[in-house]
Design a protein around this ligand. Structure first.
Ligand SMILES: [Zn+2]
Length: 66
């Protein structure tokens, strides 16, 4: 898997700006999320929906009405 690191990213858990080159990462809903610490990443992994709020993954989440 290959992607371009953004210039900066916001930790979805604590909302700090983090440097993607050194941040912890997690992938959820096809998106890469960056974290300032393992603590924040762990919190995210327990309940990603709490932090993602739909907006970050809306680009790649296609909900097809049935
Ligand atoms: Zn954090």
């Amino acid at each position: 898997m290959r992607w371009e690191h953004p210039q900066s990213a916001v930790d979805p858990v604590c909302h700090k700006t983090v440097d993607p080159r050194i941040a912890k990462t997690a992938i959820y809903g096809g998106e890469v999320f960056y974290f300032c610490s393992d603590t924040c990443r762990s919190k995210f992994e327990v309940s990603p929906d709490t932090y993602v709020d739909g907006s970050a993954i809306s680009r790649q989440t296609h909900v097809s009405p049935s």
